[in-house]
Design a protein around this ligand. Structure first.
Ligand code: ATP
Length: 352
């Protein structure tokens, strides 16, 4: 079966500078993908290549099995069935909502166009605003108009470039969830570009994490968090500390925090390991005999994120309900749940 979108060994260069390389990824019909990574890692470049605004210098981009980009042969953007939503909404200020949404539908007769616009406005819950102008709408409403406009011509894929970043944080979260539901309900295949992992988690089925123009890991949000392929991924995604420990032949840690599950893991007694400890692995428990000093604390509303010091000077995170309000320098009693910690070989990582 052909994927809806497939990138095979794609590279994009600006002159001598290669902004993306060896990018291979695919999305099935109805799947929502996300390009995530630090600023400058090549996310927007790739999205623009899929849209046809940048040429590829190597590899192939296929939409529903048809090559739309390869070196020296590019289907022009307007001939790709691609919808785009940008960060700055890019609505036409002199056209009302209805005409903005109908803008890409010139090939349709007047009646079908009106009907399609109506459908799209109802999809994004803006029927009441058909005659309003963009400046009369809130940021969230404008972004919903942009979404309706991009979806109106029934694109084979929808490209979303940081679509929520101009909105305030509460609205951003709400709209991200809404957009996911809307795309899923309508079976739309989409790719979102963001540097905000919470947004990626809220919207995507599949996340492609990038670094310096290359793909580092492609996975579900769950796996990216729980099974990071490298220390870079572990540090970029979610909260957590990576600590260096050594184990004896029963898996017991030298720092007294407990015993590692030896199940599927292979290491030598005395070997140095790097452990990813997430807040989920350190449980606040007043009855535990293990008390650790609080090094720092950060209020998050519903909870506190504490950083707890280990005797060897390293530290680990712990999340508590926010009524557990201790001061830096006091201690917190905790239990370690080591069955889910991720183990990285110390030497290999230190070299990479
Ligand atoms: P951000 O999250 O900051 O938007 P990004 O991951 O989307 O970053 P890109 O915009 O794809 O990154 O840029 C990748 C690299 O390519 C950057 O180093 C950038 O400076 C460079 N670049 C982007 N556009 C051009 C261009 N038109 N000409 C030359 N270099 C460019």
């Amino acid at each position: 079966m052909n994927s809806q979108l497939a990138l095979q060994g794609v590279a994009v260069s600006y002159g001598d500078y290669t902004a993306a390389q060896e990018v291979t990824l695919s999305l099935e019909q109805g799947q929502i993908g996300c390009l995530l990574g630090p600023s400058g890692c090549g996310k927007t470049t790739l999205l623009r290549a899929i849209a046809g605004f940048e040429q590829v210098s190597a590899g192939t981009i296929k939409l529903r099995g048809q090559a739309i980009s390869r070196p020296g042969a590019q289907l022009p953007p307007e001939q790709r069935k691609v919808g785009m939503v940008f960060q700055d909404f890019a609505l036409f200020p002199h056209l009302n909502v209805q005409r903005n949404v109908g803008f890409g539908l010139h090939a349709m007769d007047r009646k079908s166009r009106a009907q399609r616009v109506q459908e799209m406005l109802s999809l994004v819950n803006l029927e009441a605003y058909a005659k309003s102008y963009p400046h009369e709408l809130s940021g969230g409403q404008q972004q919903r108009v942009a979404l309706a406009r991009a979806l109106a011509p029934n694109p084979e894929i929808l490209l979303l470039d940081e679509p929520f970043s101009n909105l305030d944080s509460e609205l951003r979260e709400q709209l991200a969830t809404e957009v996911r539901q809307l795309l899923k309900r309508n079976g739309v295949t989409a790719i979102l570009v963001t540097h905000d992992q919470n947004e990626a988690f809220a919207v995507a089925d599949q996340i492609t994490l990038m670094r310096d123009g290359r793909v580092v890991q492609i996975d579900t949000p769950y796996n990216l968090y729980h099974n990071p392929a490298s220390e870079f991924v572990a540090e970029f995604i979610g909260q957590g500390s990576i600590i260096t420990v050594s184990v004896d032949d029963t898996g017991e840690l030298d720092n007294g925090l407990g015993i590692l599950d030896m199940g599927h893991r292979h290491w030598q007694a005395g070997e140095s390991l790097r452990l990813l400890v997430r807040p989920d692995d350190v449980e606040y428990d007043d009855f535990s005999s293990l008390s650790l000093p609080i090094v720092s604390k950060s209020f998050r509303g519903a909870h506190y994120l504490y950083e707890l010091g280990l005797p060897d000077g390293q530290s680990v995170p712990c999340m508590t309900p926010s009524h557990v309000d201790r001061s830096v320098g006091q201690t917190l009693s905790v239990k370690f749940n080591l069955q889910h910690v991720v183990v990285f070989p110390a030497l290999k990582e230190a070299q990479s």
